[in-house]
Design a protein around this ligand. Sequence first.
Ligand SMILES: [Fe+2]
Length: 184
Amino acid sequence: MVQAWYMDSETTDQRLQHHKNPPEYISLDDLFSKTGVEYFKINIDTYKTDGVLEKLKNERGYTYEDEMVCSKECLPNYEEKIKSFYTEHLHTDEEIRFILDGSGYFDVRDGEDQWIRIAVSKGDMLIIPSGIYHRFTLDTNNYIKAKRFFIGEPVWLPYNRPADEMPCRKDYVEKLQSGFSVAA
Ligand SMILES: [Fe+2]
């Protein structure tokens, strides 16, 4: 089940939980209001026929989808690769991930520049807004399988921080200040 919490600042293995002491959890509602990150629970057993994912895709205009697997077996230079995923960056488009199996962490910055860690596993779908600084890591299970969605031709290009002058970043900061509203 999805959980989100504020991270400690320890530089130990990125795959550990990195809870504060004591842990400081954040609700999904607060996660949305503080970052604009949206969460959807998808039934992994029925999603192909129950229409929930289909409706979401139609409403949001996701016309592209594929599947990716990250594991030590699937990724050459695994340790280096997961370090590169962990570099703080943003995108000009939403990052949409629906977890089919395994688990991992998406870390996003809140308005005070604090890291919030979002632990995802099977059945969790996250929509990370364009322009937010974020990063990804596998957890100690070292395995995740996810669907990726995109509006139109996919662009996966990361822009490493600092990217404060990019229009998508400026748009995001504006939304951060005026408040996020629920998408259609
Ligand atoms: Fe990303």
